[in-house]
Write a protein that binds this ligand. Sequence first.
Ligand code: TXA
Ligand code: MG
Length: 321
Amino acid sequence: MVLRPTERNIGRAARILLAGGLVAFPTETVYGLAAVAFDEEAVARVFERKGRPRNDPLIVHLADAGMLERVAVPPRRIGRLVAELVRRFWPGPLTLVLPKRPAVPDLVTAGLPSVAVRVPDHEVALALLRRTGLPLAAPSANRFGEVSPVTPRHVEAGLGKDVPVLDGGPCRVGVESTILDLTGRQPRVLRYGGLAVETLEGVVGRVVRPVRRPRTVKVPGQMPRHYAPRTPVVLLPEGRRPEGGPGDCLLFWRRPEVPGPNMRWLTERGDDEEAARNLYAVLHEVDAAGFARIVAECPPAKGLGWAIRDRLRRAAAPRED
Ligand code: TXA
Ligand code: MG
């Protein structure tokens, strides 16, 4: 059920959450499926609804940085760094991993001593968070492992029509938040996302970048196969142009000079933010179109290109079942 984001519907959504229910809501990155973070039973319903394994922790969303200390304890030695990151990037597509407070149920953090938090940059999300007055645990509003939703229709197509979805239009950023782990000795990016890592490094200095195949998979968000459409994806090596047979969808980075009916592209002129905004919408559309394969060009290793590469690489990873 898609709800227009009126005062009244935001009030309704907040009441559903406070009564232990679930609500899908827009953020600037992707749509999220929210439950009150302190309500363990509600959080359990999020896992069930998504078919998500319980060892994959959720991100906790806050209305403002003032709520941070209700869920996390920023260590004194990095207090200034956290303050600077919050000042520069919140609200926005940056998630910080920090030591957690005991009030956050273990289910939210999959038993980890840390919690992932962010303030989303979307008016409807912020209105809902303020109205609820509590932190909201929310993963992307899709079935586990599938392509994340960037419109209310994507949410309904994946989770069914009975989940209330606040309509915030298409997501402006289009890929999930960048996750920065601040619990170790050095700041470490765990997931490339909607905040370019170069921009982040401009503020915090060099960060440890994600390892492509972690030897020990700490959390399934870092599992090789994820964010995958039903259509098999082939990600080409750097520098190769897509080509293929009649059943193939050729997914270009930039608009090709002579576009054909089986061709798609992420950006008109090579803009990484535009490409990120289009990525999941294109994958949802191509999936529905019924191609046999998606043959994708490798995005440039720069800006949001890092996140898009990561998602395409995971979409192309072999199924493990
Ligand atoms: O943009 C986003 O981040 C979106 C919107 C809805 O905010 N949310 C999102 O959530 O992408 P989800 O559940 O799809 O991804 C959460 C990921 C986990 O898979 C894990 O990789 C990481 O966040 N994570 C959460 N808590 C963590 C923790 N304590 N330590 C390390 N990683 C954590
Ligand atoms: Mg997700």
